[in-house]
Design a protein around this ligand. Structure first.
Ligand SMILES: [Zn+2]
Length: 279
């Protein structure tokens, strides 16, 4: 007789042992918007039980085009995105242990967020700002935690492309040594309002430079999130080696394995002493 248990179609791919490993993995998702909500939903289907969710934002009218699980009633009630994600996870996985933190992860988050994230086995960064990416790169490398960075990207004024990427940071590469962190944006994100006004006056600033107003479409986010969760599945179950860096070009359209070579001597990756230098 066919196995009709909940995870029978999962174990057909990666086995009972793989399923047990997924259930035993604690995951932190930082950013529960257009990317993170997809990740949360897929992890719940995959069979992850323990979650830490971090985001300081609430559902707004403009979230309703892409945040999975958000409903129109969440707008007047100013539902925190972490609570909408918790509701989504528990609807699929009632026994899930979900820790939520309504907080923004910043460079100076030596607080509850850092402690909670350090307890995870795998971290997903689903962010639209650069400084929390740097923070997660730092935190995850210091604690040797696998970090998946997800991003949707669009070209500048003269580059008409759109898509996204997934980077698997495991001590062999990270956002820093792949030159994927925009140092000017990190500086700008940490400015006070007065400093920001000066920057705007002296150098000019694109309106959407600080995130939140660029294009964001559910299907493009869904591809990027699906790529990341598939690499997570590979990482946890050992079914194959996770891809180091995947680039999705939705305009061509094509998914490619990036051939970018990380810079040597990375201060973050070198903390993973025993894992470096791996092939
Ligand atoms: Zn690195």
């Amino acid at each position: 007789m066919d196995d009709d248990s909940r995870y029978s179609r999962n174990t057909a791919l990666f086995g009972e042992d793989g399923q047990r490993k997924i259930a035993a993995t604690t995951v932190a998702i930082v950013g529960l918007g257009g990317l993170g909500s997809h990740v949360a939903q897929q992890l719940a289907y995959l069979g992850v039980i323990r979650y830490t969710l971090v985001d300081d934002d609430a559902i707004t009218e403009s979230s309703l085009n892409r945040v999975i699980g958000a409903v129109p009633q969440d707008v007047p009630s100013m539902m925190p995105k972490v609570r909408a994600a918790e509701r989504l996870i528990k609807s699929l996985q009632p026994e899930a242990a979900v820790t939520v933190l309504e907080a923004r992860v910043t460079r100076s988050s030596e607080d509850g967020a850092a402690t909670l994230i350090r307890n995870a086995d795998v971290v997903f960064g689903c962010l639209d700002r650069e400084s929390p990416r740097l923070f997660l790169t730092d935190l995850c490398s210091a604690s040797e935690i696998a970090y998946f960075d997800l991003a949707t990207d669009t070209g500048g004024e003269n580059e008409d492309w759109y898509g996204g990427h997934v980077v698997y940071c495991d001590g062999r590469r990270c956002l820093s040594c792949l030159d994927l962190l925009d140092q000017r944006l990190i500086r700008i994100e940490q400015m006070t309002d007065v400093e920001l006004e000066n920057e705007r006056r002296l150098y000019g600033l694109k309106g959407d430079l600080l995130g939140g107003t660029g294009p964001a479409v559910v299907s493009v986010n869904g591809v990027v999130a699906s790529l990341a969760v598939t690499e997570f599945m590979a990482h946890v179950t050992g079914i194959r080696r996770p891809a180091p860096q995947l680039v999705y070009r939705a305009d061509i359209p094509r998914v490619t394995l990036s051939k970018d070579v990380p810079r040597s001597g990375c201060p973050y990756c070198s903390r993973w002493g025993h894992r470096q230098p791996a092939a």
